[in-house]
Write a protein that binds this ligand. Structure first.
Ligand code: VGL
Ligand code: ZN
Length: 234
């Protein structure tokens, strides 16, 4: 598949073969698209805005049509959540602290359960999506990953859901590339799923080199870095 793609790329550069003949990824019945945290919170105007985060919406709407299986996640914190800087005296958003389960970056108050900030983006059009998984609802534990909370002990249940449904490959899109997307992809890979991140269907927070570090880690683990145009949307 990789070889065909690069060969097609070379020929396409020469105007041949016609675009429709280019080798593309066709997600099968055993593939899922996980749409991570495309919520008001993470787009401009939200509590924790990701630069140009809103631009992922049309890209995700388009690629999702190629998938039989779509799952969404929603960051869903209690008021006073441990990941909020406001819960720690003397700390500011984006500081890091040490918690029992490891290092925790602190964020502005965001994605509080039931708030408009936590709602999915209104232009997300995924009527075929089969599950919305909420995460980060334990007051004392953060959860970037859709699979496992930051204590590396508490499961969200997504692994069982996907395995019981016969899913073998996972495609990840959404916000933010260097936090919830990367942690979700790394866990998916570790759990044995073939895993791809759709780069242009994601946007990053990019703090202290976090974006470059995330790609380095993901690629070291064998996660495929693909573009939305690589997916055959039929
Ligand atoms: C996220 C920081 C805090 C994310 C969620 O969705 O990437 N980042 N909570
Ligand atoms: Zn959060």
């Amino acid at each position: 598949r990789r070889f065909l793609q690069s060969a097609a790329g070379t020929l396409a550069g020469a105007g041949f073969p016609p675009a429709a003949a280019a080798a593309r990824i066709k997600p099968g019945a055993n593939a899922v698209l996980i749409v991570v945290d495309v919520q008001n919170c993470f787009v401009p105007g939200g509590a924790l805005p990701v630069a140009r985060g809103d631009e992922v919406v049309p890209v995700i709407n388009r690629i999702a049509t190629a998938f039989d299986n779509v799952v969404l996640t929603q960051d869903w914190h209690t008021p006073g959540h441990i990941s909020f800087a406001s819960s720690h005296a003397g700390k500011k958003p984006f500081d890091t602290i040490r918690l029992g389960y490891g290092e925790q970056r602190l964020w502005p108050d965001h994605c509080v359960q039931g708030s408009q900030d936590a709602a999915l983006h209104k232009d997300l059009h995924l009527p075929q999506a089969q599950m919305i998984l909420r995460k980060g609802f334990h007051p004392q534990v953060d959860s970037y990953s859709a699979f496992e909370e930051a204590d590396h002990k508490t499961a969200t249940g997504l692994t069982g859901y996907l395995r019981q449904r016969g899913i073998e490959s996972v495609f990840v899109a959404g916000l933010a590339t260097d936090f919830c997307v990367a942690w979700t992809a790394l866990d998916a890979r570790r759990l044995g799923f073939d895993t791809s991140v759709v780069e242009d269907a994601c946007r990053a927070i990019d703090i202290d080199g976090s974006l470059q570090a995330a790609w380095k880690q993901m690629q070291a683990k064998g996660i495929e870095r693909i573009q939305s145009g690589d997916i055959d949307i039929g």
